[in-house]
Ligand binder design. Structure first.
Ligand code: F6R
Length: 617
């Protein structure tokens, strides 16, 4: 949801900013822009509708000099995704430039007030109001650049991460956050800003994660020989804070495609490695001495409320099945966007488990903040270290699968389910429901899953063939039962988000209560039909589809003889315990959606209208 980059230091800012925007393009790709202050103190702004590469085309042959700058890649909220609404936005007299990620909720009355005071607006965005207001306050109240930004922020409602340039103070960037992420990178005589650490890590691994309502002034000695930079960190109320610098261990090669055509394919194919990394880190988190705070949270819970969005919500449903079966603890699963507004019953003994790859999803963050206020404890399952959701949680377990850049989530899902299933096994064991030997067997089987996924990935050809059939379908149904009902939901989500084919996930037996009316040759049904205690029931559901001339694509276990006889296409996965099967069964469905999208010529990594980190509600 919009990416921000900033630079102040000794090198030319433009290449740093543009490379950074490429790294953040997963957050939005409706438009891109950059503002630079050159050696003569001129503020140059270049922007373009579309992708960062369009910006590069627009900006070439322009004056791109300057070692102070800010840049933005946009996912449109207020105002169409066109040139006029692209960031950076300038103030009335062109003194200031701003980039913004978030939503200013009270922009309308502020805009009206500014209009009445002679300001005119060149865009339809909420962001332009902020930059106009800063300039207005600078003039009206004779405030310094940082003071005017701080005063403006005090007047805003909503969420923001902003970075602002003032051409009258060419050696300063002022930035702030509330509800949207922003980090500062501390280099050698240079400072960076980023919506996350990915645009920064190739220059420095020293990162300051700003807290909500932090404002930071990044400045450079105006005497260019001095080569000194400094950081003033303060709250919106003007209290000074000591910056806490953390070392991050992000490997730049993780941010590259590494020879694959798309990030999504890379992330699907690297699941044997990413899951191994996840299992390794789980060993520390859940098996070492550090695990007690997590288990004491679990053991004091009377009930679990899982909250998440999208793919992470699907992982939450798998967790419900696992916690209830293995730990016999009642679990509710809610979309965070519903949970936060529907006035749910939350008691002191409740444990909220928040699941989020990015750690920045606005609804999930708001849901846990609301639950905490009502006395619940929060455990988060997250991938991005230092992101907002872990920081707002009592405890966090990191999935540790490295950056997920493809907009469609893949390796994060398998890792989330792995973490949650491991928790269920260990919790069940502590509650005396899962025996020592059952737990040991399941944990051993979990350790074998990376190898099983690698084996499954050798069957790309069978999946490619299934993709041919699906690519002509206007609509598809995905069905599964038990642990594989959420896999059906997730498989359908993958297909619709990257190939734009309508798809619905359904519990197989619910078909009779409506969707069976849709069955025809034109609507293939993808079934997850691996071995489980209710395999026979699923076989009956498949027969009901066949009896109505429906076409069936199936994911089956090794050795299957019944479903393969009925299916028009199938892919075989290794046999594993039912509770672990989602981790394996989703992989062919991820690949299936990938191949369908490629056959249809869709932009796999940047599907239309989507962005990866949903930092607005
Ligand atoms: C789907 C997808 C989204 C995310 C959702 C939550 O492929 O990526 O549905 O799962 O936006 O994001 P996180 O997990 O970052 O909170």
């Amino acid at each position: 949801m919009c990416g921000i980059v900033g630079y102040i230091g000794k090198r030319q800012a433009y290449p740093v900013l543009v490379k950074g925007l490429h790294r953040l393009e997963y957050r939005g790709y409706d438009s891109a822009g950059v503002a630079l202050i050159n050696g003569e103190g001129q503020l140059n702004v270049y922007k373009s509708q579309g992708k960062v590469s369009d910006l590069e085309d627009t900006a070439q042959h322009q004056d791109l000099t300057g070692s102070v700058g800010i840049a933005h890649t946009r996912w449109a909220t207020h105002g169409e995704p066109n040139f006029r609404n692209a960031h950076p936005h300038l103030s009335q007299y062109g003194r200031l430039a701003i980039v913004h990620n978030g939503i200013i909720e009270n922009y309308a009355p502020l805009r009206e007030m500014l209009r009445q005071n002679g300001r005119t607006f060149k865009s339809d965005t909420d962001t332009e109001v902020v930059v106009q207001l800063i300039e207005y306050l600078q003039e009206k109240q004779q405030l310094s650049f940082p003071q005017s930004v701080r005063r403006t922020l005090q007047m805003l409602q909503g969420s923001y991460a902003i970075a602002v340039l003032d051409k009258n103070q060419p050696d300063t960037i002022v930035a702030a956050r509330k509800g949207s992420p922003l980090v500062v990178g501390v280099g050698d005589s240079e400072l960076f800003l980023g919506s996350d650490a990915s645009p920064i890590v190739e220059y420095t691994n020293r990162i300051i994660y700003l807290d909500d309502e932090d404002m930071v002034v990044l400045h450079r000695e105006s005497d260019s020989n001095a080569n000194e930079v400094g950081i003033d960190l303060m709250t919106l109320h003007g209290e000074h804070k000591q910056p806490r610098i953390e070392q991050v261990t992000l490997d730049v090669s993780q941010l590259e495609k590494g020879g694959y055509d798309h990030f999504m394919l890379k992330e699907i194919c690297e699941q044997p490695q990413s899951l191994r990394a996840c299992l390794l880190s789980l060993r520390q988190a859940l098996f070492g001495s550090d695990s007690e705070p997590i288990f004491s949270l679990l053991q004091s819970a009377n009930r679990v409320l899982i909250t998440a969005c999208g793919t992470s919500w699907h992982a939450g449903i798998v967790a419900k099945y696992a916690f209830e079966q293995m730990a016999r603890i009642p679990v509710d699963v809610d979309y965070a966007s519903e949970f936060r507004y529907r006035n749910p019953v939350i008691n002191e003994g409740d444990l909220v488990i928040a699941i989020s790859q990015s750690g920045e999803t606005a609804d999930t963050l708001a849901a846990i903040e609301m639950a905490k206020k009502q006395g619940a404890k929060v455990l988060s399952i997250c991938n991005v270290i230092g992101s907002s959701i872990p920081r707002a949680s009592d405890q966090t377990i990191y999935t540790m699968v490295g950056p997920e850049i493809g907009v469609a989530s893949t390796k994060a899902f398998t890792a989330q389910v792995t973490v949650l299933t491991t928790l269920a096994i260990l919790w069940g064991k502590r509650r005396g429901i899962v025996s020592e030997s059952e737990s040991a067997d399941l944990l051993k089987e979990l350790d074998s899953l990376p190898g099983q996924i690698a084996k499954m990935l050798t069957q790309k050809e069978a999946i490619r063939q299934m993709a041919q059939t699906l690519s002509f379908a206007p609509s598809c149904l995905y069905i599964g039962r038990g642990y594989n009902y959420p896999v059906a939901l997730e498989g359908a989500l993958k297909l619709k988000e990257i190939s734009y084919i309508h798809a619905e996930g359904y519990p197989a037996s619910e078909m009779k209560h409506g969707p069976i009316a849709l069955i025809s040759q034109e609507m293939p049904v993808v079934t997850i039909a691996t071995q489980s205690p209710i395999y026979d029931k699923l076989v009956s559901n498949i027969q009901e589809i066949r009896a109505r001339q429906g076409r069936v694509m199936a994911v089956v276990s090794e050795g299957d003889t019944e479903v393969v006889r009925m299916a028009d296409g199938y892919v075989v996965v290794p046999c594993v315990s039912d509770c672990l099967s989602p981790i394996l069964n989703i992989v062919p469905l991820q690949l299936l959606s990938y191949y369908v999208a490629c056959l249809k010529g869709c932009n796999v990594d940047q599907p239309r209208n989507l962005a990866k980190s949903v930092t607005v509600e």
